[in-house]
Design a binder for this molecule. Structure first.
Ligand code: PGA
Length: 251
């Protein structure tokens, strides 16, 4: 029986300014700092990271980034490197479906980002997930398996990886996957990890993301292969996000 600490990570996306982000972080700190048995992460926009990291320093709430460059430094206008983030964040989301769809990021580029994050001593939260047409054609499992495998090409830091299965059709739609669908797909992810790195399969946390809220989180977390949630909309309200943390935690 695997003993994996659950993870609840909030992806704030392009929401909040420095001031409102700080308020949100303080609210989460107040409501959730004492909850144990769960890894709690907030991922604010880049401009707020330093301020929020300072406020959360010494607390049990960790800070993550939503994206990073795979390059170390140089002529990459608008990009942020791992060395700029180190010291402020512990985690970096890579391969979110919005970046794949809106910024044209490929699994190959995402694999390079995941490696850069791990090499910087940070933990990548690697996202994969199928869109509605893939699911309707009955190809979700093979699509996600292929996407995960190619997004992990040449990855080797297996003790520092979180995977997030996020079906595109469930993100921001209010229509989460059923807990059975999410279980099936997180099990597929674990199978891929087992193939690539047999020793890591039982310890790697695999999250579900897509319209997670306080009404559906318990059922999702109850499933054997779902080790937590990557949360968008519901992470923007301190009380709602803290309910998700409480549901995953042990006190
Ligand atoms: P959502 O977003 O919770 O608003 O559906 C999840 C995500 O994009 O990570």
């Amino acid at each position: 029986m695997a003993n994996r600490t659950p993870v609840v990570a909030g992806n704030w996306k392009m929401n909040t300014d420095v001031e409102s982000g700080l308020e949100l972080a303080k609210g989460i700190l107040k409501l959730s700092n004492s909850v144990s048995g769960v890894d709690k992460i907030v991922c604010p926009p880049f401009v707020s990271i330093a301020t929020i990291a300072q406020v959360l320093c010494g607390s049990t709430i960790q800070v993550g980034a939503q994206n990073v460059s795979s390059n170390a430094d140089g002529a990459f206008t608008g990009e942020v490197s791992t060395s700029m983030l180190r010291g402020f964040v512990s985690h970096v989301i890579v391969g979110h479906s919005e970046r794949r769809a809106l910024n044209g990021e490929t699994s190959e580029q995402i694999a390079s980002k995941a490696i850069a994050v791990a090499e910087a001593g940070l933990t990548p939260i690697l996202c994969i997930g199928e869109d509605l047409s893939v699911r309707k054609f009955g190809n979700a499992e093979s699509f996600v398996a292929e996407q995960l495998e190619s997004s992990l090409a040449e990855f080797s830091a297996w003790d520092s990886l979180i995977v997030a299965y996020e079906p595109v059709w469930a993100i921001g739609t209010g229509e989460a996957a059923t807990s059975d669908q999410a279980q099936d797909m997180t099990a597929v992810c674990r199978k891929v990890i087992r193939k690539l790195a047999p020793d890591a399969a039982n310890s790697t946390r695999v999250l579900y993301g897509g319209s997670v809220n306080s009404g559906n989180v318990a059922e999702l977390l109850d499933k054997p292969d779902i080790d937590g949630a990557l949360v968008g909309g519901a992470s923007l309200k301190a009380d709602e996000f803290s309910k998700l943390i409480a549901a995953a935690g042990s006190n």
